[in-house]
Design a protein around this ligand. Structure first.
Ligand code: FAD
Length: 332
């Protein structure tokens, strides 16, 4: 089948790989302006929400599917998609260290709760680092760009904004191209998705982060506490991110910069230089659950949206479910 995919962020890219592996002809439509949420995502793949002592919903399934998915993409692209090493939680005191060790006794958490390590840097404040087993950090821009090149070479990439989409006779017309199936993966605000599927319960969250550097001893670990501190490998680091539910279209703010630096100074005492500040909008739903499905009246129109703050983790399994439903419906 000829499958059109509207949007090439984390959702659309995962759908494109699933369609490719299922033997379809893939047509990606995305202007390639690199301004969607995916281009600012820190790329953390971490099934633990430590603050609320809970796991991401379906964490075990998402982690296993994500692992297989990125391994297969890595072998297709013949390039490394991850930064080295796992993610570590900074445990501030003895109480949090014991709570971490207790989590290891919980059968749901146990596969993800690794050993505690001494703090690896003189400027880090706290008791220890808790290793999150199976966690990692996706090099999101590299994954998206390398995937786009692959699909431009092996399939079709249309660098344009979709302004016409019509349905009829069991076919889809996207920008005048006749296709068998159309998958909407447009993130927030989801204009086409809402026009066909009705309003989605978006509660988009704005997030800001900083690119920072310092002159002292480097850090090589990906660290998380109330914010993340992530080495980019070039002597610079990402620090963030904030959560806000208003002024979605506003640029980078002084308040967010202050918030990140204040939180960071709570557990990292080195004086840092801010080189850059970035902002994005997470396509989050009110209940924090992603949305996906096929149109009841137009069975060749599907969508995937609402990946929230976990797109790198959840896009592989959700895209697989969407494509499997198509294969089942078409009897192949
Ligand atoms: C500050 C911040 C930090 C984050 N950190 C992480 C993290 O550490 N780990 C993690 O997993 N997630 C993280 N996220 C969340 C992650 O970014 C999202 O889950 C993910 O990007 C959503 O992907 P998406 O493909 O649904 O949407 P998007 O990335 O927005 O992609 C949608 C694409 O569709 C295209 N498009 C839209 N309309 C059209 C049209 N009409 N025609 C053609 N193309 C169209 C857009 O150009 C865009 O490329 C973070 C997000 C933010 C904002």
């Amino acid at each position: 089948m000829r499958i059109g995919i509207l949007g090439q962020g984390l959702a659309g890219t995962a759908l494109a790989w699933q369609a490719h592996w299922a033997g379809h002809s893939v047509h990606i439509f995305d202007p390639g302006s690199q301004d969607g949420a995916s281009w600012v995502a820190a790329g953390l793949i971490n099934p633990i929400v430590l603050k609320r002592k809970r796991l991401v919903q379906d964490a075990h399934h998402h982690m296993a599917t994500m692992d297989r998915f990125y391994a297969r993409v890595t072998s297709e692209l013949k390039t490394s998609l991850f930064y080295p090493g796992p993610v570590y939680e900074v445990l501030p005191d003895g109480t949090s260290l014991r709570a971490w060790e207790d989590l290891a006794l919980d059968t749901a958490f146990a596969p993800f709760i690794g050993p505690c390590h001494p703090l690896p840097h003189a400027d880090l404040k706290g008791e220890a680092l808790g290793e999150v087993l199976q966690s990692r950090r996706l090099r999101v821009p590299h994954y998206l760009a390398a995937s786009r090149s692959f699909f431009a070479r092996e399939h079709h990439v249309h660098s344009e904004l979709v302004t016409t989409l019509t349905l009829g006779d069991g076919r889809v017309q996207l920008q005048g191209q006749a296709l068998d199936v159309c998958l909407l993966a447009e993130g927030y605000p989801g204009k086409w998705t809402e026009s066909f599927f009705g309003p989605l319960p978006f509660a988009p969250t704005r997030g800001e982060g900083l690119r920072i550097a310092w002159d002292g001893e480097p850090i090589t670990h990906a660290l998380h506490k109330n914010i993340f501190l992530l080495p980019d490998g070039d002597g610079r680091y990402q620090a963030g991110s904030t959560y806000a539910w208003d002024q979605l279209d506003a640029g980078a703010s002084e308040a967010a910069r202050e918030e990140i630096l204040t939180k960071l100074q709570g557990w990292f005492t080195q004086a840092v230089r801010v080189e850059n500040q970035w902002v994005g909008v997470r396509p989050t739903m009110q209940d924090r659950q992603p949305r996906w499905g096929w149109h009841p009246a137009h069975p060749h129109l599907g969508y995937l949206n609402g990946l929230g703050s976990r797109g790198a983790l959840t896009a592989p399994a959700l895209s697989q479910r969407l494509l499997e439903a198509l294969e089942t419906a078409s009897g192949s």
